[in-house]
Design a protein around this ligand. Structure first.
Ligand SMILES: Nc1ncnc2c1ncn2[C@@H]1O[C@H](COP(=O)(O)OP(=O)(O)OP(=O)(O)O)[C@@H](O)[C@H]1O
Ligand SMILES: [Mg+2]
Length: 253
């Protein structure tokens, strides 16, 4: 049975998409079968994986049950992918039914056994798309920057996760909080790391040992649409995300 991992936080620009992309590349490099699902109407993950954005069926179509999930899967430079569509942003208005938060879980059920890992990228809010991602998942990774606003944001995302765990998905586990764009050499970072350890301890959620350093290769890989584990495998970005894959595997994820 494939493990489903959502990359979630309501904070924008904290490397949700970067993390999904690089983790997928890392798991593939280890020989695992990986599917990514882009649940963000901005479609950044789909772009970074050089997906077909014109003619293929998307997450929108599978949520609406217009297309069977199998037929929305594309093979990309990183891994398999179900691309996003800007139409996803209207899902809040389109779906008013009682089971609207279970649409992604239901859509993934027929294909979950074809993969070792299904990674879900989510938009920067805790709306219905993110809720669908959390209900469809076994694990959640919460990326965060080393600034005080991001730490405040942790409390809010933790509340949403706890609510979903209680009501809709008791199996949901926080795999960890992940520091991204990390600069170990500043005093601010060191003091925020201490604060983050305290916040995570209070919330009883783990903080990953692995920290993702600043790495221009991560931005280049997405903008220029290449696989960081192939074309920039010696960069700090590739090394740190491979270390994250190892840490996840060691934790049984
Ligand atoms: N470790 C890193 N080093 C340098 N740049 C990074 C790193 N991680 C992410 N970035 C850059 O930061 C920007 C935001 O990253 P990304 O798009 O992954 O964030 P996001 O959380 O998915 O944003 P959004 O909330 O808009 O979906 C991008 O330009 C990305 O290339
Ligand atoms: Mg994103």
């Amino acid at each position: 049975m494939g493990k489903v991992i959502a990359v979630v936080t309501q904070k924008g620009g904290v490397a949700k998409t970067t993390t999904t992309n690089a983790l997928a590349a890392g798991y593939v490099k280890k020989g695992f079968r990986v599917l990514c699902v882009d649940m963000d109407p901005q479609r950044n993950l789909s772009f970074s994986m050089a997906a077909d954005l014109e003619n293929s069926a998307t997450a929108y179509h599978i949520l609406r049950c217009e297309v069977r999930t199998q037929f929305a899967i594309q093979h990309t430079i990183i891994s398999d992918l179900i691309a996003s569509s800007p139409l996803l942003s209207s899902i809040d208005l389109e779906f008013t039914g009682k089971n609207r938060q279970f649409l992604l879980k239901q859509a993934l059920e027929p294909i979950v056994d074809q993969y070792d890992y299904i990674l879900i990228d989510s938009p920067p809010n805790l709306g219905i798309l993110t809720v669908n991602a959390l209900i469809a998942s076994d694990y959640v990774i919460i990326p965060t920057l080393s600034d005080i606003y991001s730490l405040h944001g942790l409390v809010q995302v933790h509340e949403t996760i706890s609510f979903i765990k209680q009501h809709d998905n008791p199996n949901l586990t926080v795999a960890g909080v992940l520091f991204t764009r990390f600069n170990p050499y500043t005093r601010l970072t060191r003091s925020l790391l201490g604060a983050a350890e305290m916040v995570c301890g209070n919330l009883e959620i783990p903080l990953f040992e692995t920290k993702i350093r600043n790495s221009i290769s991560l931005t280049e890989a997405q903008n220029l649409q290449f696989n960081i584990m192939e074309q920039a495998k010696h960069s700090n970005g590739a090394k740190d995300y491979m270390a994250l894959v190892d840490e996840l595997l060691a934790k049984g994820v």
